[in-house]
Structures are given as structure tokens and as C-alpha cells.
Design a protein around this ligand. Structure first.
Ligand code: ADP
Length: 367
């Protein structure tokens, strides 16, 4: 049985605001599951319902083999880490970390052992006598995590814990939390709006939009096989390119065309797309599946497209090119050596075996 399981849960806030709709999810023992989606998609509400900080309007929340809808947060055997750390300013790090255990009347020696162990893991042993205002953002975040660790909860819940840190610190803490998961082997549920964080941390990722789960999958499946245009566009940076156009048939071959360019559809995709002949469709291609003709041997007249360079962003190991082809903007991710001039004409080669096609009306994936 899953460690945490949500069964058809709904959350309706006063004013008939439906924040979460029919969410079902099983989180396995020791799994690191990330809930991701744009601001307002209902991920925090979902997490807060697991924590018991928000009442469930409809549906069931299970932790272990117990239905916890009516169990108070302190009795749920969970520990939550918040974005704002929520440390007590007048207490030292040691007092902050030991607070929950003292409240539960743990013996002093047990408290000391647990705090020291957690401090060791998080490399904050030297900070135990400081107060929160004497700590950097990253150190405060570690204390907040430490406070959760000492509880040895069945499940860790994280609500955007890295959002207040600068970019470099965020990456560092991300790695530390990954290590922590490997070391503690605990069940963790983590909320973020940042798809990179989701991709790099989750064993499985739950993508949400407007209170509804769009897809649950491991990072690579999510990336390679998104179920709809929303997931395809949300996961990946720079994002997937989308072009609206039509499928046409010529000499028993299928092509995708918009006003600006025409490219041949690979044989493997023919069967799925033939019924769309003459119909509008959305073509999707990731920036790394677009090549500069000068640097690929893949080019043919049926996969090459003319474009104009608008912006060149050198990233070091690679270059992001912002281009216009016909009417459509495109982003290509090319090698670091490839530095075309702004306003220059370019021949782009699409790896059509990596193309995605979406239904124009439902935005569901076709292939
Ligand atoms: P996320 O964490 O994905 O940014 P939230 O779960 O915080 O999203 O919010 C989901 C939706 O519920 C949003 O539309 C938000 O405005 C609304 N919402 C959140 N909390 C409350 C509340 N206490 N009262 C009313 N509406 C709320």
C-alpha cells in the first residue's frame, strides 16, 4: 500500500473557488514525489491537505494505513518545511530544532542525540547556539530542514523550500536535499513551481494545472512523452516550440505546413497523422531537436527550414538562438561554437523523428 494516498480529493474555498479537483495519487514508501505547476494550480493546497493544515472538501487522505481526514496535523506523523522557514526568532538553532521534541516530552538525552545527528547531517553543528537572525538564508533553510529531520516523521512535506534563496544557493540546496533523501530513505513530497527543480529532484513528478493533475510520470517520460501541450510546454527549458499549421498529403507522403515552411512527417508517424490530412494541428519540437544546417549531416530538402536570427544567447557550452521562420518564433539550442549574427539568414534542420503533434482543439498529444 502507498505511504500517502489521495483518493479523489477536492478543495473548494469559500466563494466557490475550486482549488483542487478530483486529485488521486499514491506515493510509495521512500519515494520522492514532486508536485509542480504554475502559481495557483493547487499544489500548495494539495500539500496542506496532506499535512492537515487545510480541510479536505471531498475525498480521502491516507497516511500509512490510516485515513487521516479528521486527524489533526500534529498527530499525522508528518513534518513540513515551509518557504519562509518559520523559525522562532527568539530561540537558538538548537532550541528551534528541538522544539517539537520538547513539546512531546522526549527525554533530554534523546533530544540531544537527535539534534546533534541532524546538525551533523546538515553541517550546522557550529551554528547550534546562534539565533535565526545571525544566519544566512541557506543556513536558515538547513535549520528548518533539521527541525523536520529530528522528528523522524513517516513523511516529509516541502512547500517551495528553496524559493527564498539566491540562484546558486538554490542549486546547492537542491543537491543537498537529494542527498538527504538518499541518506534518510524517507518518503518526501515536494511542491515547486520550478520545472528544473522538479526534474532534478523527483523520482516521480505530478504536473498540475487549474487544480487538476495533468500527468504523473518519472522525469524522462514526462519530457519525452508529455500527454498534452501544457505538459510539453511546461517541462523543459527553453520550452518546446509550438507551431500551428496543417497536415497535407503529396505523392502519398504527409507533410506539416504553416504559412512559412513545410516539413515531411517521418514514416513512423504516418499512421497516427493520416486522418488529420487537411486539418489544423499543432506541431511541437524541442529546441535541441533543431540544428544549424552547417553543423549536421541530417539535412534534406524535406526537413530544412529558412529562418532569421533575432537574438543570440551564448550560454557557454551551448547557444540559444531566438529565430523567426515565416510568422512563427522558434528557439533552437545549438552548440557553443555556433555563433550566427543577429538578422542573419539561417537554414535550420528539424529532427522530425523527435517531432510532437497535438490536437488543436483538445491540445492532447496525437504522437
Ligand atoms: P499553488 O500552490 O499552486 O500556487 P494554491 O494551492 O496556493 O496554488 O492555490 C490554488 C487556488 O486556490 C488559487 O486560485 C488560490 O487563489 C486559491 N486559494 C488558495 N488559498 C486560498 C484561501 N485560503 N482562500 C481562498 N482561495 C484560496
Amino acid at each position: 500500500m502507498a505511504q500517502v494516498s489521495l483518493k479523489n480529493i477536492y478543495k473548494v474555498y469559500p466563494g466557490n473557488i475550486e482549488a483542487v479537483r478530483d486529485v488521486s495519487l499514491g506515493v510509495e514508501n521512500r519515494e520522492f514525489v514532486v508536485l509542480v505547476g504554475p502559481s495557483g494550480c493547487g499544489k500548495s493546497t494539495t500539500l496542506r491537505m496532506i499535512a492537515g493544515l487545510e480541510e479536505v472538501t471531498k475525498g480521502e487522505v491516507w497516511i500509512g494505513n490510516k485515513m487521516v481526514n479528521d486527524v489533526s496535523p500534529k498527530d499525522r506523523d508528518i513534518a513540513m518545511v515551509f518557504q519562509n522557514y518559520a523559525l522562532y526568532p527568539h530561540m537558538t538553532v538548537y532550541e528551534n530544532m528541538s522544539f517539537a521534541l520538547r513539546l512531546r516530552k522526549y527525554p533530554k538525552s534523546e533530544i540531544e542525540t537527535r539534534v546533534k545527528e541532524a546538525a551533523e547531517i546538515l553541517n550546522i553543528t557550529k551554528l547550534l547556539n546562534r539565533r535565526p537572525r545571525e544566519l544566512s538564508g541557506g543556513q536558515r533553510q538547513r535549520v528548518a530542514v533539521g527541525r523536520a529531520i529530528v522528528r523522524k516523521p513517516m513523511v516529509f512535506l516541502f512547500d517551495e523550500p528553496l524559493s527564498n534563496l539566491d540562484a546558486k544557493m538554490r542549486v546547492q540546496m537542491r543537491i543537498e536535499l537529494n542527498k538527504l533523501h538518499i541518506r534518510l530513505q524517507s518518503t518526501m513530497i515536494y511542491v515547486t513551481h520550478d520545472q528544473t527543480e522538479a526534474m532534478t529532484m523527483g523520482n516521480r513528478i505530478v504536473v498540475m494545472k487549474d487544480g487538476v493533475i495533468q500527468q504523473v510520470a518519472d522525469p524522462i517520460t514526462l519530457y519525452d512523452k508529455p500527454v498534452n501541450k501544457f505538459v510539453a510546454g511546461f517541462i523543459g527549458s527553453p520550452p518546446m516550440n509550438f507551431v500551428k499549421g496543417r497536415i497535407i498529403k503529396k505523392d502519398s507522403k504527409l507533410f506539416f505546413t504553416d504559412e512559412g515552411f513545410t516539413v515531411k512527417i517521418v514514416e513512423d508517424m504516418y499512421k497516427k497523422l493520416v486522418s488529420y490530412e487537411g486539418k489544423e494541428i499543432i506541431f511541437g519540437i524541442r529546441p535541441e531537436d533543431i540544428y544549424d544546417k552547417l553543423f549536421t549531416s541530417m539535412a534534406s530538402s524535406e526537413n530544412t527550414v529558412k529562418a532569421v536570427v533575432e537574438i543570440v544567447e551564448p550560454m557557454g557550452a551551448e547557444v540559444f538562438l531566438y529565430l523567426i521562420t515565416g510568422e512563427s518564433p522558434l528557439i533552437a539550442r545549438v552548440g557553443g561554437h555556433d555563433k550566427p549574427e543577429v538578422h542573419q539568414d539561417m537554414d535550420l534542420v528539424f529532427d522530425m523523428s523527435k517531432a510532437h503533434f497535438f490536437n488543436k482543439d483538445t491540445e492532447e498529444i496525437i504522437i
